[in-house]
Write a protein that binds this ligand. Structure first.
Ligand SMILES: [Ca+2]
Ligand SMILES: [Ca+2]
Length: 321
């Protein structure tokens, strides 16, 4: 409970430092026209790779890229980042870093009423209902305790119950307050296809993308990127695929937001890599040799997509050498 309050203040502090830091950044970030609005055919192509089960790229013909080898393609005037879809209960954030520098938040609440796991404000309603029920239960317990009709044992038991309900009420009240700060009072505000333009780039520009898991709610959420060794669980959380379209280089990037190994290996993750899916124009990267990703997985049900990601190794250093 105290943690939640702390998170709010940390979030405020983080936002402030971001604003301060952004002044010194060379690159600029501006809103882009929505991709679905400007090219629905292309949006549908990207969205077609995402389904309710997983980012179904194992069936696709898009070449895989090392997700840690992405860099600006100077043929493009900017790097344009478009939200395609999300299959997350978390309210994740998308961050980027240039040339290994400081991470900048690009999308601070990846939640939509249009996505696979959409945010319609259901959690706000759930917490409100739970609070109403707890209020009622607390009133009943207080009346019973004050009635003078209880034995000493019953009195003690009811008092313990009362404290428990009061603590739960406090927690739910804080959860509700946080939830109401998100989007439109808990309702996801992103539209599928919403985009940002990262401009003002020059020279060799390496791009790393990260998610902060449930970062809109939790300032201390895990940050996951394409360098598995830097992730809290030591696992790969990013998969990247290349697509050429009308002369533009695109990279479709999928993120896994859950910590640890797949459920079938004793973990809690589905390793589906569709929790956050973005398409990025103006990037290029090193292709994975298909021979490198055919290693079999021992985990029954571990998705091919996940296996591909696990097979990745950090390549940027090699490419630069
Ligand atoms: Ca969601
Ligand atoms: Ca997942």
């Amino acid at each position: 409970m105290k943690r939640s309050l702390l998170n709010i203040s940390l979030l405020a502090a983080t936002s402030l430092s971001f604003l301060t830091a952004s002044v010194t950044k060379a690159e600029t970030v501006t809103d882009s026209p929505n991709l679905k609005g400007s090219d629905v055919e292309l949006f549908d192509l990207f969205n077609g790779f995402v389904n309710s089960e997983r980012l179904a790229l194992d069936e696709a013909t898009l070449p895989e890229l090392y997700a840690d080898s992405l860099r600006w393609d100077p043929i493009a005037s900017s790097v344009d980042v478009f939200f395609i879809n999300e299959g997350a209960g978390y309210r994740n954030q998308l961050l980027y870093a240039i040339n290994g520098g400081e991470r900048t938040t690009l999308f601070d609440d990846i939640a939509s009423t249009e996505s696979i796991i959409k945010e319609t404000g259901a959690k706000v309603k759930k917490y409100e209902n739970q609070i109403t029920k707890l209020d009622s239960e607390i009133s009943t317990l207080e009346a019973e305790i004050l009635s003078g009709n209880l034995t000493t044992g019953e009195q003690s038991e009811k008092e313990t119950q009362l404290i428990d309900k009061q603590n739960k009420l406090l927690a739910k009240t804080e959860f509700l307050a946080i939830e109401k700060t998100l989007g439109d009072s808990g309702v996801g505000a992103l539209k599928l296809g919403d985009g940002k333009i990262i401009g003002g780039l020059s020279g060799d520009v390496a791009f790393d993308f990260f998610i902060k898991a449930d970062g809109a709610r939790q300032a201390n959420g895990n940050i996951y990127g394409a360098d598995a060794s830097a992730n809290a669980d030591g696992l790969q959380h990013v998969i990247a695929r290349e697509l050429q379209y009308k002369g533009d280089s695109w990279v479709l990037i999928g993120f896994e937001d859950l910590y640890g190994v797949h459920e079938d290996e004793g973990g809690i993750s589905d390793r589906d890599f569709n929790d956050v899916v973005f398409a990025v124009r103006g990037l290029t990267g090193d292709r994975v040799d298909p021979k490198e990703v055919t290693e079999p997985t021992t985990a029954i049900g571990l998705l091919v997509f996940g296996a591909l990601a696990l097979a990745q190794t950090r390549r940027r250093a090699n490419a630069a050498a």
